[in-house]
Design a protein around this ligand. Structure first.
Ligand SMILES: [Zn+2]
Length: 296
């Protein structure tokens, strides 16, 4: 007989609660989310573009003389990190006037509601992902109600090619659906040291294990969306390769090289961008073939 089986139901419940407490205090229950959300030093990527996100969950600050733009809000637990990072860089979170989102998943959109109330900024979101943001991630075609987050209302709905301008800086929304129906890749020109760099903030081209591309697809037209997304992304001029997850573009390694003063700027990585597209398109093609195979 183990010690556990001799315990009364009440003491067993108490024990369970004690085990649960540190998890509740940390907020994020799963180790993967926690590992993605570790604090990192904020830094200037190039020109008026700064990294203010966590170890893997990205958030970008674009500063202008008329206020700032913030792309992605991370988890709820990323918001304190973003606030601290903006402050460390010498900017004020209250000066953020525009909030943008890569896609309506809990790891990139959960912090937006709090950031919106903190800053009073307007949220510009793609027409196809805005309903998911408003539902707080519930009823997601991929996750169902598994990963809810504080709901947030978009103030402006974006279509492919729409632009967002503030203080002389313009970002362009390119719809790159598949990972979500309104997955938005942002592009902008960054003036840096006398040259102009094309920055691409890739939404995500990941095909998650639970995605279905064949019969009974995650959503109708998902496979065609992915295929078109790869074509769109391949046409974009890219110097600065950035994305919603740091792991997509080796954020940590490049940040370390930048910190050491290594030149040229390691974030200027058009080859890395093409390599990412090649690898993820291969995964997509393989999954498509597998999902379309008739079941035996
Ligand atoms: Zn996602």
């Amino acid at each position: 007989m183990t010690c556990m089986t001799r315990m009364t139901p009440i003491s067993r419940r108490l024990l369970a609660l004690l085990f649960l407490l540190p998890t509740l205090a940390r907020g994020q229950a799963d180790p993967t989310s926690r590992s993605w959300n570790q604090p990192v030093e904020p830094f200037r990527i190039a020109g008026n573009l700064y990294y203010v996100g966590a170890s893997d969950i990205a958030s970008y600050l674009i500063t202008t003389p008329e206020g700032h733009i913030l792309l992605d809000g991370g988890f709820v637990e990323t918001v304190p990190l973003i606030r601290e990072s903006v402050k460390k860089l010498g900017f004020r979170i209250e000066d953020v006037k525009i909030l943008l989102n890569s896609h309506a998943h809990y790891d990139h959109a959960a912090g937006l509601a709090e950031l919106k109330s903190l800053t009073g900024a307007r949220l510009h979101a793609s027409e196809k992902d805005a309903p998911a943001l408003a539902r707080g991630g519930k009823g997601d075609p991929l996750f169902g109600d598994q990963f809810p987050f504080p709901s947030v209302k978009a103030d402006r709905l974006l279509a492919d090619g729409d632009t967002v301008t503030l203080g002389g800086t313009t970002l362009t929304a390119r719809l790159t659906p598949g990972h979500t129906q309104g997955c938005t890749t942002w592009t902008m020109k960054v003036a840096d040291g006398g040259r102009t760099l094309d920055a691409v903030f890739v939404c995500s081209t990941s095909v998650l294990p639970m995605s279905k591309l064949g019969a009974e697809p995650t959503y109708p037209g998902i496979a065609e969306d992915y295929a078109r997304t790869f074509r769109t992304l391949r046409e974009l001029p890219c110097d600065l390769f950035l994305a919603a997850h740091g792991g997509f573009y080796r954020l940590q390694e490049k940040a370390e090289r930048l910190r050491k003063g290594e030149g040229p700027n390691p974030f200027v990585d058009p080859e890395g961008y093409r390599g990412y597209l090649d690898r993820s398109e291969k995964v997509f093609r393989e999954r498509l073939e597998k999902d379309r195979k008739p079941a035996n």
